[in-house]
Design a protein around this ligand. Structure first.
Ligand SMILES: Cc1cc2nc3c(=O)[nH]c(=O)nc-3n(C[C@H](O)[C@H](O)[C@H](O)COP(=O)(O)OP(=O)(O)OC[C@H]3O[C@@H](n4cnc5c(N)ncnc54)[C@H](O)[C@@H]3O)c2cc1C
Length: 477
C-alpha cells in the first residue's frame, strides 16, 4: 500500500468520507457478538453509488482488500476484516436513500444502505411493507440482507431475501459495474449475474442499489401461543393450521422447555404465557389484508381442531398488541439469554420439515452420549425447517473458554453430520463468514466449489473482495 493511500481516497470524490479514529475503527472491526475482530486501514463511507466504482478501482490498483459492511449485525465474522490490517471497511451507511416507491407496480428502488426498519416505516405510510422480518431489523441494511440472503420469521410465507428481490446494481471486484434495475417481475436478460451477489457475503462485489417487491400491509393479525408434547405434535399442528388458513399462516416458531427456562432465568419478566409444564411452545402468527373477524374465526377453528385432535394441549390468542409483543419478546430473547446465562453452542441448520423430529432426537441423544452434562436447546423457524438447535452447559461445567472451544468443535461436527445425513444443511440464514469455512468446504460438493472458484477468479481476479470468507481459507490479501 502506498503511503498516501488514505489521502487519495477522499480525493476521488467530494462525497466520500474517510474515518481513521481509533474508536470508529474498533467499532467497525468488531462484529455483533464481539467474538470476531480485525484491523482496517480506514472506514470509507461513499455518499454516492458512483463513488463505489472509484473506491474499488483504487483498491485494485493498490492491492487493498475491500470489506463491504452494512449494519454489522451478522455474527459469523463475515462483516469484519482480517487481522492483517490491509483492508478498508466500505460502510454503505450513507447510501441510505429510498429512491422511489411505485405503488401500482408494488416495488421500491432503494440504495443498499437503507435500514430495513426505516424502509418499513416509510412503506407503512403507503399501506405497504417489505416482508423480510429479522430481530436485527432496526440496524441491518438492505445490502447486508441481500449479501446474506437473509431469512427470518416470515420465510414460510414470503421466502428469503432472494425471493423478494427483482434486481440489483453493484460493482464487482474486477471493477465492472453491473445494473439490472428494471422493476419487472418478468424479464429475459440472459444470465442473471446480479443473483450471484445474493448470499455472496461481500466476496464478489459491492451491492449499491436494489429493486424490491412490496406487499400490501396486512390489516388483520392473530398471534397464538400453544403448548405441544412433542415436535411430531407441533408438526401435526402446522399441517392443521395450514389446512384451515393456507397462505395466511405467516410464522410458525417453536421453543423447547429448557430454552424457555434459560430465557426466564435471564429475564424473569419474560414469563411463559402457559403456566403448567409442557415440552414445546409454538408461536404462530396469521395475517390477512382483509377482515379481522374472518381471520380470528378461522384461527379459532383451526386451534379448536388441533386441541380436539390432541396435537396441542393449550392455546392462547394474544388479546392485544402488548400481549403479542410479550410473546415475540420471549422468542427474540433467545440469543441474548443463551449468551448471558451459560455456555451455549447453537446452530443454524435446516432439514426438511418432515425430518425435524428425527433431527432433534438424534442431536439430543448423540451429543449427550459424548457430553453427559449437555442439555438440549431448541428455538426456531420450524415452519421452514430451520430450527436453531443448541446445547447448553452451566458455566461451572467448563474450566475456561479454551476448554469450551474444544467441546464446541466436537458438538458442531456431530450436529452438522446429523443434519447432512437427514438431507439438511449446516447453515441456513446466518451465513458462512469465517466461522463456518471448514464445514462449507466439507459439505459443498467438489464440483460446486470448483465452479464457485471459477466465478470468483473471473469477477474478483485479485481476490480483493472480503478475503478469508466463505471458502477462502487464506487470512487476507
Ligand atoms: C438479534 C439478531 C437477530 C437476527 N436474526 C436473523 C434472522 O432471523 N434471519 C437472518 O437471516 N439473519 C438474522 N440475523 C443476522 C443478520 O442480522 C443478518 O444476516 C443481516 O442480513 C445482516 O445485515 P447487515 O446489514 O447487518 O450486514 P453486515 O453484518 O454488515 O454484513 C453481512 C455480510 O454481508 C456483506 N455485505 C454487507 N453489505 C454489503 C453490500 N452492500 N454489498 C456487498 N456485501 C455486503 C458483508 O461483507 C458481510 O459479509 C440476526 C442478527 C441479530 C443480531
Amino acid at each position: 500500500v502506498t503511503s498516501d493511500f488514505a489521502i487519495r481516497i477522499p480525493a476521488l470524490s467530494p462525497t466520500i468520507e474517510l474515518i481513521v479514529d481509533a474508536d470508529t475503527l474498533r467499532r467497525h472491526c468488531t462484529d455483533y457478538n464481539g467474538r470476531n475482530t480485525g484491523q482496517a486501514l480506514a472506514i470509507v463511507r461513499p455518499g454516492e453509488t458512483g463513488d463505489v466504482v472509484k473506491i474499488v478501482a483504487l483498491c485494485r490498483q493498490e492491492g487493498v482488500a475491500v470489506v463491504p459492511q452494512g449494519g454489522n449485525t451478522s455474527d459469523y465474522g463475515g462483516s469484519v476484516p482480517a487481522a492483517t490490517g490491509r483492508s478498508i471497511v466500505l460502510s454503505l451507511s450513507r447510501l441510505n436513500r429510498i429512491l422511489d416507491i411505485d405503488l401500482t407496480n408494488n416495488t421500491a428502488r432503494v440504495e443498499a444502505g437503507v435500514v430495513l426498519a426505516d424502509l418499513n416505516r416509510k412503506l407503512a405510510e403507503h399501506d405497504r411493507w417489505f416482508p423480510v422480518s429479522l430481530g436485527s431489523e432496526g440496524t441491518c441494511q438492505i445490502g447486508g440482507n441481500i449479501a446474506m440472503n437473509a431469512g427470518g420469521n416470515t420465510v414460510l410465507r414470503y421466502g428469503m431475501m432472494r425471493d423478494n428481490l427483482l434486481g440489483v446494481e453493484g460493482v464487482f471486484g474486477n471493477g465492472d459495474h453491473y445494473a439490472d434495475m428494471q422493476p419487472l417481475r418478468k424479464k429475459c436478460i440472459g444470465y442473471h449475474i446480479g443473483d450471484l451477489l445474493v448470499g455472496s457475503e461481500g466476496t464478489l462485489g459491492v451491492i449499491t442499489k436494489a429493486i424490491l417487491k412490496l406487499q400490501h400491509l396486512p390489516k388483520a393479525l392473530v398471534t397464538a401461543w400453544m403448548s405441544a408434547a412433542s415436535l411430531n405434535d407441533a408438526l401435526q399442528t402446522l399441517d392443521m393450521v395450514r389446512q384451515h388458513l393456507g397462505e395466511r399462516l405467516t410464522a410458525f416458531e417453536v421453543i423447547n422447555q429448557l430454552q424457555r427456562r434459560v430465557i426466564e432465568r435471564y429475564q424473569p419478566a419474560l414469563k411463559d404465557p402457559i403456566a403448567q409444564d409442557y415440552e414445546w411452545a409454538i408461536l404462530a402468527e396469521f395475517t390477512d389484508t382483509a377482515g379481522q373477524e374472518a381471520l380470528s374465526a378461522s384461527v379459532e377453528a383451526a386451534l379448536a381442531a388441533a386441541l380436539e385432535a390432541g396435537a396441542i394441549s393449550d392455546a392462547l390468542i394474544a388479546a392485544n398488541g402488548a400481549q403479542r409483543q410479550a410473546f415475540w419478546r420471549i422468542r427474540e430473547s433467545v440469543l441474548d439469554a443463551n449468551n448471558a446465562m451459560g455456555w451455549a453452542v447453537t446452530h443454524d441448520a435446516s432439514v426438511p420439515v418432515s425430518k425435524l423430529p428425527a433431527f432433534a432426537e438424534r442431536v439430543d441423544k448423540e451429543v449427550r452420549a459424548q457430553f453427559p452434562t449437555a442439555r438440549f436447546l431448541a428455538a426456531g423457524h420450524a415452519g421452514d425447517g430451520n430450527i436453531h438447535l443448541g446445547v447448553f452447559f452451566e458455566k461451572a461445567d467448563f474450566d475456561g473458554l479454551a476448554d469450551f472451544k474444544r467441546a464446541t468443535q466436537a458438538i458442531n461436527a456431530q450436529v452438522f453430520q446429523i443434519a447432512h445425513a437427514l438431507g439438511g444443511h449446516f447453515s441456513s440464514e446466518h451465513g458462512i463468514g469465517t466461522k463456518h469455512r471448514m464445514p462449507f468446504l466439507t459439505y459443498t460438493p467438489a464440483s460446486n466449489l470448483a465452479l464457485m472458484r471459477v466465478l470468483k477468479s473471473a469477477l474478483d481476479p485479485q481476490g480483493i473482495m472480503n478475503p478469508g470468507k466463505i471458502f477462502d481459507t487464506a487470512e487476507a490479501v
